[in-house]
Structures are given as structure tokens and as C-alpha cells.
Design a protein around this ligand. Structure first.
Ligand code: 5GP
Ligand code: ZN
Length: 114
């Protein structure tokens, strides 16, 4: 998608601070971190929202969580703990319409979220 910010990171047109990458996903630091560790994990396939996932995306959805383990280990928050969040549409505040899993850690995270 030519006009998608996160697709531009996949093509290299924009160069994020990459933490982890494999065949299926790219993980990079959020530009406006909400915790000492705030990483976004995106699939290498453009999918706008969770609502747009199809049955063919089962492995892709799992890849995001498998990559989370690597990101947590690489950023040193696997044992202290962390939260994963994927916002969908307006009420959740989704602002980039290429699905991404937020990985937040490095401090205590309150619950419930705002
Ligand atoms: P959403 O609100 O859609 O769940 O999350 C989008 C996230 O993308 C936000 O946390 C925002 O800070 C992050 N973001 C927006 N623009 C950029 C950018 O250009 N680079 C990086 N690394 N993160 C971005
Ligand atoms: Zn995209």
C-alpha cells in the first residue's frame, strides 16, 4: 500500500529503529513511547485492522505473538513483564491502519487501561 506508513517501513522508504525482524514480521520502537520499552510488531502483509483478518491469516496472527517472545527477550522485559495491545478502529484509538501489536514494558502498567 503506497500510502501506508508501516508499508513504507517495510520497503525501506522510512527507516524505523528495528528491534527484530524475520520472514513474516518487522518489530521497531514506537516514535512516541508510552513506556521505557514500547515496540510495534507488524506483519509484512498489509492488513488494515483486526476486522480485515481472514482465515488465511491464522499463521500470520500467530507470528505476531511468537515474535513478541523474541522482542521481550531482546529488550530485557521477558521476566519483569509486559503488555501486548492491538487497537482496532476509533473507540480503541487506532491511528495507523496496518495492524500492529504494541509491546509495552519496563515499568508497572496499570489495569484497567484508560
Ligand atoms: P495505534 O494508535 O494505531 O494503535 O498505534 C500507532 C502507533 O504508531 C502509535 O503508538 C504511534 O506513536 C506510532 N507511530 C506513528 N507514527 C510513527 C512513526 O513514524 N514511526 C514510529 N516508529 N512509530 C510511529
Ligand atoms: Zn501497510
Amino acid at each position: 500500500m503506497a500510502d501506508c506508513l508501516f508499508c513504507k517501513m517495510l520497503t525501506g522508504a522510512i527507516k524505523p529503529d528495528v528491534v527484530y525482524e524475520n520472514e513474516h514480521v518487522l518489530a521497531f520502537r514506537d516514535i512516541n513511547p508510552q513506556a521505557p520499552v514500547h515496540v510495534l510488531i507488524i506483519p509484512k502483509k498489509h492488513i488494515a485492522t483486526i476486522n480485515d483478518l481472514s482465515d488465511d491469516d491464522t499463521l500470520l496472527a500467530g507470528d505476531l505473538f511468537i515474535a513478541t517472545k523474541a522482542v521481550a527477550t531482546l529488550t530485557g522485559i521477558a521476566d519483569s513483564g509486559y503488555r501486548t495491545v492491538m487497537n482496532c478502529n476509533a473507540d480503541a484509538g487506532q491511528s495507523v491502519f496496518h495492524i500492529h501489536l504494541h509491546v509495552l514494558g519496563g515499568r508497572h502498567l496499570a489495569w484497567p487501561p484508560g
